[in-house]
Each structure stands twice: as C-alpha cells, then as structure tokens.
Design a protein around this ligand. Structure first.
Ligand code: DGT
Ligand code: CA
Ligand code: CA
Ligand code: ZN
Length: 612
C-alpha cells in the first residue's frame, strides 16, 4: 500500500489530516508568504509523484521524496532557516543545490516555476489516484494513457462496469482496486509509536491465542518495525501453512470494528480505536522476502530492487527471480535477501534510504546502541515533586531492569505545577539519598540531581551554590516555549554555558500530537553544546521522544554527546527508555555516542563540572 505512506507521513500534530486539504495547500500557490514545513514537504512529495508518473529517473524521484521527508520532520522552520539565502537551505540533510534553488524561488516569489511546469504536463487530478492503496505511478500512467481515466471519480465510475471501461484488467486487480477505494480515507491520523506498538502486541497476542501452532512466525512490519516516531497503520506478517485460519481469526479479533478487505493472503481491519491494521500471511519459505518488502521503507526498497536488478535478479515480496532463466530463489530469512546482493543485514531502523545502503555496501553499518547498553538513567522523578513513587521504589524499579544508577531529577521551585523543590527541601532530599546509598553499599547508586527550569531570560531557577552540590544537573524549559527563535535560542545557549548545567533535557519541548517543537535553532544548540561539553538528552517518554531521530543524528554528526533517559514518574516509566533507544537507533547512534552507557564513575569524569 504505497500511497498511504507517501500521502500521510508523520506530522507533529495528531489532528486528523484529510488528504484533500493537503492537496489544496499545494494547489493554492499564492503570493509570497510563510510556508509551513508540512506544506513544503507536501509540495516536494507531489513533485516526486509527478516525476514518478512521468517515468523519470529514480534517483531524482527519491531526492524529492527524501527532501520532503527530512523537511517534514525538521523541528526548524525551513523558510526561517532560509532567511533569504538559498545556500542556507543546503545545510538541510538531503537538500542539494537543485532543490535549494527551487525552494528559494518559492519563498521569494510564492510560486515554483518548475512545479508549475511539470504539473501542467499531467491531467489535473491524476496524482490523486496514487492515494489508492495498490495504485503506483505506473498504474496511474496506464489509467491515463490506456483508459483515459484521470480522476478518482472517473476511476470509481469505471469500476462500476470494468469489462467495458477497463478491458484487460484481471478480476483480481479490479477487486483490489475496489477494496482500495474502501480504505481511502478510513484512517488519516498517525499515532505515537508506543500506542501503535502496544496495540500491535495486543493483536498479535489475540492471533496467537486463536491460532496457536498454525502460526510459524509472526512479526510487525512497516513503519512499526522501523520504529518511526509516529505510525500510520499497523502492518503484521504471519508465516503459516493455513492462511484461511489466520485470516479468519484476524477479522474476528475483538478489537476489529470493521473489515476493510479480506482476500486469500491478506486482510485489513479498522479497530475500535480507529487504527488500521493490515495482515499478510505467506508460506514460511518466503518469509525473508516478504518481511523485507513489507518493512519498507518504500524508498529503501526501491534502491534494493535496483541493486538486485544490476545483479540480474528481480526482487518481489515473494522471491528473487533470475531475470535470464526465470528461476525462482526463495529466501526464508531476511539476511538472505541482503546477502544475495552482497550486503550484510540492515537493521530496520536504518531503512530510510538515508545512507544505509551505501554504508552496508562498504560494510560500514554502525553498531547500533541497544537497550542493554544503558547502565543508568539520568532523568526520573519521585514523590518529592510530580512523581508517584518514593526514591526507594524508583531505585528498585531501575534495579529490576538491570540499571546501576539513576539520577533523581525532581523539578526545581519555579515550576509551581510540579511541587518544585526549594533549597531547603533539596537538602532534606539529599539526606534521604545519602541514607539509601549507604544501604545499597555500592550495589546501586542514586544520584543527587534536579530538573532545573531555565527561566525565560536564560537564568536558572536555583542558586549556583546549590547547583554546585548536585552530582549532575539537568536543565530544561517548560515555560515560555513559544518565544521567537532568536529569543529562545539565546535563552537556551545562555543556560548551556552555565558551568553546572550538565545536560539539556527534552530540547525542543515537543509533545507528539499535542505541542509543536519550539522555534529553537538546534544547529546553534549543537554548536554551543559541543563547545561547552554539555550533553543533550533524548527524552524517551513516549509523548516526547525529544531529541527525535532526525535531530539526534544531526547532533551526533556534529560530535555532541547524548544521554538517553526515561523521564519516568513511576517505576513502570523506566520502560520508556525503549523509545529513547528507538530514536537513538534511527539516529545511527552507537554506544560511544551515549554517555549513560558508562558506569557512573566513568561518566562523572566526562561532566563539565568535573573537568576543571
Ligand atoms: P505508515 O503506515 O504510513 O506509518 O508507513 P509504512 O512504511 O508502514 O507504509 P505502509 O503501511 O503503506 O506500507 C508498509 C510497507 O510496505 C512499506 O514501508 C513498504 C512496503 N510497500 C508497500 N507498498 C509498496 C510499493 O508499492 N513498493 C515498495 N517498494 N514497497 C511497498
Ligand atoms: Ca504501516
Ligand atoms: Ca499498511
Ligand atoms: Zn521535564
């Protein structure tokens, strides 16, 4: 179902995104004005779609898709970054000179002549056909050239009498198209990774209960397996020799509200929570190719198929086929799919066509960080502020997960909502921590820490003599997050220059689906973090995931060191370290990039407060 991903890529907003409005925003190119990242991304994506229908060079198409993707996920306003100079745009990953120049024109003139030119070469409305699951650029071109169908309405009408209007298309194709229409518009919202993850787990548990041994293998695929921060729909894959049994169980799951499609090998449901789930069932000996195909991303798969073709192999979800002899080669496991084209297996989190294929070919894939690499957690809360457990309970929760230390980072006084600590209560808390550490006798360590608020002017919310007494200090912003770019950047960098600020936590302040990232100039933050030796945090709590994948990768490339924390407010909250790890893996981070993979005695030597 290619177009779903192309049309409804993750947005920071959770608000339902109607396809139509997105299209309209592209069409209504007016005078010069401020373009949102979403609009820019939609425009670039549309250019990619048009080029694909025209059968243009794949690399050119991927370039537009990739630029769109990066811009859509960028926490910085692209037009603001531009600031009147096309050269500034080339600092964005995936934006080369050609695209930078076109965006420059768009921002200056309010219109992009290249887009106007190529869109005029296609019938109005043709690109919309790509929104139907199963309709790719080639099919859309065929509808246009062979059947003179150029709009969704036109196709819908044609499907009413396919023998007459769509001669030569098989019954199965017609069926798929009809089902594709049903799925259109069923689900336009993206959900947070954690929500989709646990829900997929529920669906898989339900299937396993109902089908038992008939399931030989089961796995999530799609964006969920790649651990994207937000998920459009859930893709599940099952290897089984009795597909009917599995599909029956799937459409009868108690979570299913509506069955969108049911075939011999696949089915789609909409659940009561509004999420769509697609299931595919296949023979175990085809597991490898199927899992590779349905994990995506689409852009990654296109490149892999190209490489295969260069080796005389045609790759589909079913198998490889030798182009010359027509001989089929089955891959029961995914590593075989990559091995056949001379590559090591690529971790799903990297499969975004953002350098992983080149790295794999040169055997230079990063050794990605894992959850078990984390030795401690540097942000969590207790009852002393807004947490719901005692320090001891938090320590035990962390210990049970194999951690060796935690920093208790209760909020500082300025944050009225969270029962912030003043200097007096802080000293009382330290006594409790000292006693607990004495009890642990080295088996575990609770660090004295604080989540100190960076005030609107960049000053910290606690006096320096107190800040000097902590083991480690995390500084964050919760208030005045809507300050304009220059102001919030100056505020944050002032705090980063403070000698007792060791970590800058949840840097952009985003709440996925609820609050946009602040206007902070992250490039400047990376620069000052590097210069001052301040660590940047990936806050793993499932609403934040901040820094996200794209930003964390950038920080790492700049040489900044990071931490991955849970921001737990109760012992179960330590599980959120997993979402932090997800962002870190998607950001290509290794153990060496993340300092809480170190024992506390080593980590403390890296803190800027201990360096002088
Ligand atoms: P989502 O659901 O929007 O979060 O993103 P994905 O990546 O899960 O996208 P989805 O559900 O439309 O498709 C799942 C995977 O299936 C996708 O990542 C790659 C694969 N796939 C689907 N259709 C095509 C296609 O036409 N060509 C290729 N190469 N791969 C496809
Ligand atoms: Ca999906
Ligand atoms: Ca899907
Ligand atoms: Zn916080």
């Amino acid at each position: 179902m290619p177009r779903k991903s192309a049309d409804a890529k993750p947005t920071k907003r959770d608000a339902p995104q109607k396809r139509k409005s997105k299209t309209e925003s592209v069409e209504s190119v007016a005078a010069a004005r401020l373009w949102s990242n979403q609009e820019i991304a939609a425009l670039l994506k549309r250019i990619g779609d048009i080029l694909a229908i025209q059968g243009e060079n794949r690399f050119k198409i991927i370039a537009y898709q990739r630029a769109a993707d990066v811009i859509e996920h960028s926490s910085r306003g692209v037009q603001e970054l531009w600031a009147g100079d096309a050269a500034n745009l080339r600092a964005i990953d995936g934006v080369g000179a050609a695209i930078a120049d076109k965006l420059d024109e768009l921002f200056r003139v309010g219109q992009m002549s290249y887009y106007e030119k190529i869109r005029a070469q296609l019938p109005e409305g043709l690109v919309d056909l790509l929104a139907i699951p199963g309709v790719g650029p080639k099919t859309a071109a065929k509808f246009w050239k062979e059947f003179h169908i150029t709009t969704l309405d036109g196709l819908k009408q044609a499907l009413e009498n396919p023998d007459k209007n769509l001669p030569g298309l098989g019954a199965k194709t017609i069926d798929n198209l009809k089902q594709g229409f049903n799925t259109l518009g069923a689900h336009t919202t993206r959900v947070r990774l954690a929500v989709a993850f646990y829900f997929a787990q529920e669906l898989m548990d339900g299937l396993e209960r109902a089908c038992g041994k008939a399931i030989e293998k089961i796995s999530p695929a799609g964006s969920l397996r790649r651990l994207r921060p937000t998920i459009g729909d859930i893709d599940l894959l099952v290897a089984s020799r009795s597909p009917e049994k599995i599909l029956d169980a799937f459409v009868k799951l108690s979570q299913a509200r509506e069955v969108l499609a049911r075939g011999d090998t696949k089915a789609s449901i909409v659940a009561h929570n509004g999420m769509q789930a697609d299931l595919r069932v296949l023979e175990p000996q085809r597991w490898g190719t199927a899992l590779q195909y349905f994990t995506g991303s689409r852009e990654h798969n296109i490149r892999i198929r190209d490489l295969a073709l260069k080796k005389g192999l045609s790759l589909s979800e079913w198998s490889y086929t030798r182009v010359k002899s027509g001989k089929e080669i089955l891959c029961a496991d995914e590593a075989q799919v990559y091995a056949a084209i001379g590559m090591p297996w690529i971790p799903p989190e990297l499969r975004e066509a953002s350098g992983e294929i080149e790295a794999a070919l040169q055997n230079k894939l990063p050794n990605l960080i894992q959850l078990s690499d984390l030795k401690g957690d540097l942000q969590c809360h207790s009852k002393w502020s807004d947490g719901s457990a005692t320090i001891r309970e938090m320590a035990e929760g962390a210990r049970a997960r194999g951690l060796k230390y935690i920093a208790i980072t209760d909020h500082s006084q300025g944050l009225g909502v969270a029962r912030g600590l003043d200097p007096k209560r802080t000293r009382a808390q330290w006594k409790e921590i000292d006693a607990l550490n004495a009890e642990y006798g080295g088996a575990f360590r609770v660090l004295k820490s604080v989540e100190v608020e960076i005030r609107a002017d960049g000053a910290l919310d606690l006096p320096d003599d107190l800040l000097a007494g902590y083991d480690i200090v995390l500084a964050t912003t919760h208030s005045a997050l809507n300050q304009p770019r220059e102001k919030i950047t100056a505020r944050v960098t002032r705090a980063l220059r403070h000698p007792y600020v060791d970590i800058f936590g949840h840097p952009t302040g985003q709440l996925i689906g609820a609050r946009e990232p602040s206007a902070l100039d992250l490039e400047e933050v990376y620069r000052v973090a590097l210069e001052t030796g301040t660590l940047l945090e990936i806050d793993g709590s499932s609403e934040r995931m901040d820094l996200n994948d794209v930003n964390a990768r950038r920080a790492m490339e700049r040489g900044v060191k990071l931490t991955i924390d849970s921001d737990a407010h109760n012992p179960a909250g330590f599980d959120d370290l997993y979402w932090g790890i997800a962002m870190a893996r998607r950001a290509w981070l290794t153990k060496n990039d993340v300092l809480n993979t170190l024992e506390w005695d080593d980590l403390r030597k890296h803190l800027k407060r201990n360096k002088k």
